[in-house]
Design a protein around this ligand. Sequence first.
Ligand SMILES: Cc1ncc(COP(=O)(O)O)c(C=O)c1O
Length: 398
Amino acid sequence: MASCKIGDMDKLTFTESYSVNKHRIWLNNAGTTPVGDIPKKAVLNYLEEYSQYSIFSPSFSYSKIKAELLDFLAEIMEVDSKNLALIHNTSEGMNFLSKGLHLKSGDKIFLLENEYPSNYYPWEHWQRKGVSIIQIPMADSPSLYFDSIKQIISDHSEPNCRSILSLSPVHWCSGIPLPMDEVSEFCKEEGVWLAIDGAQGLGNVKVTPKKWGAHFLAGSAWKWLLGPLGLGVVYVSDEALEELDPVFKGTQSVPNDLEYLPYKTAFKNTADRYEFSTPSFIDWVYWHASLKALQTLGFQYVQDSIHEMARYLCVGVESLGISHSWGMGNIYATGILSLDLNDLYTDKSSVEWKSLLYENNIVVAERMNRIRVSPHIYLNQNQMDEFLNVVSKNFKRK
Ligand SMILES: Cc1ncc(COP(=O)(O)O)c(C=O)c1O
């Protein structure tokens, strides 16, 4: 696999900074990612300074960490940082959007079948208000997804009714990516509001909400962008900032928020109105350190390396005769492979495969009766080989 040396950070150093590698082969980065030494040290330093200087810690000023963190995320998404805010998770962000929209009876919300719950439950309340939720069936390829998105939205569109499409650019179970340039073009042409669940896409594939004309994105930190559990991000377009009701109002929702009195009626005109009050700053320090390390390696390089590892696994499982969902004609690479390791094809169920791999210190996820494998840059080729070796030794075709 390609190696990289940029500044004082290289892939080998980065790999060595993940202690999890001593104990497990962590192939569930589409689920959660363990902490590496770089964010761990940053948090420890922060706590040390906090113990000595309280909120005046010299190396961790609130405004600097926030500005840099948003700048990293802005670079990844190719957006302006004024359109970004730090929140807690995707569900929270999708609720900000869904509860902030002004829809009326007859309007339509389009979701993909079997989306992650964070992009389903926040929309449910609209059904009680006469807004339909229409599900677009799962498909076996990006182009088949696009065909049914076009077909179903066109079939249900009505004059004077508003339509919203909310989707994840990569399916969390199959790993199948959506052809987002085409999907977003279609939404622009049809006047459909586009919302993105970015949890599975950010850091895994190119996610560019502004270029796509998306109105909103919500995602979480703890997958491909190596952040802590319980931290997330929203992108709110200029149009959505104008139109959405902000739902919550707190100390930090207003301009000049450090001046507590007199109270203000206005909201900030930037997306960070959604942060609305005191955040979990330790989480910001953690994510800031991880993103800084990823930026030093190169965000694009990291993404390409993840795809390269997934491709390596894909070639390996193919040589064992195992079918998978990766690649889709090699047009759309992602970091997720979904493998047909189940009792339709082998002598073991997918749950048994997951346990067997775990007994061999390999962590994967079981999703929709398949084994989901998701490598990250801090893994190495020997670990990929070990995974293939364990699968090969235990693989008996039915
Ligand atoms: C597509 C997708 N969206 C959202 C999430 C996480 O949701 P939340 O940030 O609300 O925990 C996941 C996690 O697995 C996911 O795969």
